[in-house]
Design a protein around this ligand. Structure first.
Ligand code: HAM
Length: 404
């Protein structure tokens, strides 16, 4: 038997699908309220796009890409995240040259060849937003507020972790002091960190190795090395969050797994889903548009991992909907099929193609959560009527079929 690939799931359970679509409705509704509109980019892009944006030193590009050469000898890969494709589209459409503010939201599958475990898939879904053209830290705050609004509507509790990654003024100096520190403990750190020291030293700070984590507690903190501009932006961001009752923790080791960030970086985590606890992550990436050959454009965004959120969603109580139709005699089945077809012009309607007794039809109607159970037996067939029970109010009546 052919099975799905490891870490790639089907969505066929009706409840899971309901949760999925409910999440998307809520998230898209909030994004639209913030003035964002939908963008869709291809699942397959040139590999170079991710190498240049997410960064060759990141685990995502270095270890986790679904990369292959296509029939036209192009080096392509399945997107591991959504930001790079949106930036590419933004530049390709010359929106960077047009100037102004452009705000997008998207959702869809992403692919990372990670070791599958609970909350970590190889094909997973993200909902994300990207905002271009606003340098102000108010927009960073708006991103955080948007995630908070979505989570609140879904009834999901969270902790917000916040950091500033500095900019071109303060980051290089900090990097030098961090490298000196890494050299002082180099004998004791893991092989990955030894590699990171030369490729992207700041990534050592979120190494998952316990021994490394212990050693890095004494590492210099970027937050203490921010330049004046980054520091005042970070202070302003904290004030906006305070003013709007959004609580946060400062996590000086939060560096994010993608290389394109500068200044604000944030992650929302849940304490109720196990070790893969990040439910959303994002930040500012003011250098990326220029880095991908566009005109320098400030940008900020985030993405949420939909699968990690699904089990946390408090679903609204579901009300009964539509019609269930059934026949008690074989000769009524054709009439039932025609009436169902007629009803579907305006309502949800399902029918059973087999004749059954009333009790079984009532059970089936209940199972599909119909509001009305409508049945035709021999009497109704002869009299041109249909028997209808409202499964909410429990009232019953018999009506003429032409009035149905
Ligand atoms: P990210 O932190 O790599 O950021 O991913 C965002 C979210 O996707 C994570 O917080 C997590 O919930 C979910 N996620 C990541 N990997 C997996 C996986 N293997 N299985 C299940 N869920 C996963 C980004 O992707 C950035 N593009 C976010 C961004 C947008 N930054 C600025 N704009």
């Amino acid at each position: 038997m052919i099975k799905s690939l490891r870490g790639m799931n089907d969505i066929l359970d009706e409840n899971e699908y309901k949760r999925f679509t409910y999440f998307l409705e809520v998230a898209a509704d909030v994004a639209k309220k913030y003035g964002f509109h939908y963008i869709e980019t291809p699942l397959l892009e040139e590999t170079a796009l991710f190498k240049r944006s997410v960064g060759e030193s990141s685990d995502i590009v270095g270890k986790e890409m679904y990369q292959f050469i296509d029939k036209g000898e192009n080096d392509v890969c399945l997107r591991p995240e959504g930001t790079a494709g949106v930036v590419r589209a933004f530049i390709q459409k010359k929106l960077d040259k047009a100037g102004g503010i452009h705000r997008f939201f998207y959702y869809g599958p992403m692919f990372r060849y990670e070791r599958p475990q609970k909350g970590r898939l190889r094909e997973f879904h993200q909902f994300g937003v990207e905002s271009f053209g606003v340098a102000s830290v108010y927009e960073d705050a708006a991103m955080i507020m948007m995630v908070a609004d979505i989570l609140k509507k879904l009834g999901i509790g969270y902790r917000l972790q916040l950091n500033s990654l500095g900019d071109n003024n303060c980051m290089p100096q900090y990097r030098d002091s961090l490298v000196s520190f890494i050299e002082s403990v180099e004998e004791q750190i893991c092989e990955d960190c030894k590699r990171r020291k030369s490729t992207n030293p700041i990534r050592v700070l979120d190494c998952k190795n316990e021994k490394c984590q212990f050693l890095y507690e004494n590492a210099p903190k970027l937050i203490n090395s921010l330049c004046e501009g980054c520091e005042s932006d970070f202070d302003k961001l904290k004030k906006i969050l305070d003013d709007n009752d959004i609580s946060y923790e400062i996590d000086t080791n939060l560096v994010r797994g993608l290389d394109y960030y500068s200044k604000t970086a944030f992650e929302f985590v849940s304490d109720n889903i196990g070790s893969q606890s990040a439910i959303a992550g994002g930040g500012r990436y003011d250098r990326l548009v220029e880095f991908l050959d566009g005109r320098p454009t400030p940008a900020v965004g985030f993405a949420m991992g939909i699968e990690r959120l699904l089990e946390l969603i408090a679903m609204p109580e579901e009300s009964r909907e539509g019609y269930y139709l059934g026949a008690m005699d074989e000769e009524a089945v054709d009439t039932i099929v025609s009436l169902t077809h007629k009803k579907r012009a305006a309502d949800k309607a399902v029918c059973d193609y087999k004749a059954k007794n009333l009790k079984n039809h009532l059970k089936s109607a209940d199972k599909v959560n119909a509001k009305y159970c409508c049945v035709i037996g021999t009497n109704e067939m002869n009299e041109g009527t249909i028997w209808v029970k409202n499964l909410e109010s429990k009232t019953e009546l018999t009506i003429k079929r032409e009035d149905f």
